[in-house]
Design a protein around this ligand. Structure first.
Ligand SMILES: Cc1ncc(C[n+]2csc(CCOP(=O)(O)OP(=O)(O)O)c2C)c(N)n1
Ligand SMILES: [Mg+2]
Length: 420
């Protein structure tokens, strides 16, 4: 199936670029649909180089596919130079963050699991760029980039991997258990995070926050029973939730078409409406997410499939070549790489110059280099802090339960690490 997608994508890419260039339009800032997400207000890295002031309208290259929906997301979207610089920085940061994670793992400084999202960067950036401050996110185990976008720093992510005190969970969580404001972390049990997401959406509704919860899962998780239970309850209770299937075409050691009877994951909600999105296109993901926020808030649950690809194996012990060919991976890298595609849009639309792109890249390199040094050399949390922070808030009970042979009280470490 992916091969079909690949053929369609590459055949249409050139046409799209030509079409986009013809449609190259300038408009005023007033036409911008919304401000940038909190914390993402500016990409200071390119301030040395003034931006062009106009806003460009960009046509989404691959059409959205709709299921039980009459209207879908916008296919003509506005993009400013500031946004372009920010997304470029974020895409590159995730790519380099994952390269650094792999490097630290090879040096045996990362113990336990490590799942890289290289190739899937546009999903994370497009999604997080459209979240509002009241929205939340919960995901599976491939979360380094998501944690970074939701507020953890590169240092916080890499130090978490190496188990250091400056990690975003003080080194106690590791690759799958990173958290940030409104980010409820990862989960090692495939599909389990979807149930948590339904609970978060229920809390949003109960408290009247107006927030929408995005619950991410993979194609390999999509047949898990509890996901269908959540679809059902979410529909009955009209929960503000978006079920996001990140379909990277492979699970653990097998392909989507070998493990799923129906690989159109956006239709798998049966009674829930769905949207298929080109997950290699950051602007398509942003547009679909904006639509989904509005839809879920007003009308309830929705399924969103992001069609993407991961370059690395499932985890560090999987070379990723026993269930697909190297040629296939290389082809996607060459033709569908999300960073190259967005870079081309920025250049073709004259939103960023080559020089600005180089400055962004350099600043990301420096940010990662510093983070790598901290992750290598920082201290581990002292043993006395190991049992701290079992609950984030006050706990009605004084003592920790289930710690046999120890008499431990609930205690908090100084809460410094989340923004590390
Ligand atoms: C309930 C459960 N069953 C099996 C596993 C083992 N397992 C780990 S990852 C995985 C495949 C997940 O594939 P997918 O959801 O597509 O995510 P991807 O690795 O592609 O990001 C499986 C079966 C698990 N972690 N939890
Ligand atoms: Mg998968």
């Amino acid at each position: 199936m992916y091969r079909n997608v690949l053929t369609v994508l590459s055949a249409q890419l050139q046409q799209h670029v030509n079409r986009a260039l013809k449609r190259f339009v300038s408009c005023t800032a007033a036409q911008l649909p919304r401000p940038l997400a909190p914390g993402h207000e500016e990409a200071s890295v390119v301030r040395q180089e003034p931006y062009v002031e106009e806003v460009r309208l960009v046509r989404i290259f691959l059409e959205f596919k709709l299921y039980k929906l009459e209207l879908g997301p916008d296919t003509l979207v506005a993009l400013t130079a500031q946004e372009a610089a920010l997304y470029m920085k974020q895409l590159l940061a995730i790519r380099r963050l994952e390269a650094a994670s792999a490097q630290l793992y090879k040096e045996r400084l990362v113990r336990g699991f490590c799942h890289l999202s290289t190739g899937q960067e546009a999903c994370a950036v497009g999604l997080c760029s459209a979240l509002r401050k009241e929205d939340n996110l919960v995901a599976g185990y491939r979360i380094h980039g998501l944690a970074y976008l939701m507020g953890a720093t590169a240092k916080g992510v890499l130090s978490e991997l190496t188990g250091k005190a400056s990690g975003c969970a003080q080194g106690k969580g590791g690759s799958m258990h990173m958290y940030a404001p409104n980010f409820y972390g990862g989960n090692g049990i495939v599909g389990a995070q979807v149930s948590l997401g339904a609970g978060i959406a229920l809390a949003n509704k109960y408290r009247g926050t107006g927030g929408v919860c995005f619950a991410l899962y993979g194609d390999g998780a999509a047949n898990q029973g509890q996901i269908f239970e959540c679809f059902n309850m979410a529909k009955l209770w009209k929960l503000p939730i978006v079920f996001v299937c990140e379909n990277n075409n492979y699970g653990m050691g097998t392909s989507a078409w070998r493990s799923s009877s129906n690989t159109d994951y956006y239709t798998r909600g049966d009674f829930l409406p769905g949207i298929w999105v080109d997950g290699q296109d950051v602007l398509a993901v942003r547009s679909a997410t904006r639509f989904a926020v509005q839809y879920a808030q007003q009308r309830g649950p929705l399924v969103m499939e992001l069609c993407t690809y991961r370059y690395a194996g499932h985890s560090m012990s999987d070379p990723g070549t026993s269930y697909r060919t190297r040629e296939e991976v290389n082809q996607v890298r060459q033709r569908q790489d999300p960073i190259n595609r967005f870079r081309k849009v920025c250049l073709d639309m004259s939103l960023l110059t080559e020089k600005q792109l180089r400055i962004i890249d350099q600043s990301v390199r420096e940010e990662m280099e510093q983070a790598i040094q901290t992750a290598r050399h920082d201290e581990e949390l002292p043993l006395s802090h190991l049992a701290n922070d079992v609950y984030s808030g006050n706990c009605a009970e004084l003592k920790l339960r289930g710690v046999h042979g120890h008499n431990l009280e609930h205690a908090h470490s100084k809460a410094t690490s989340i923004h590390n």
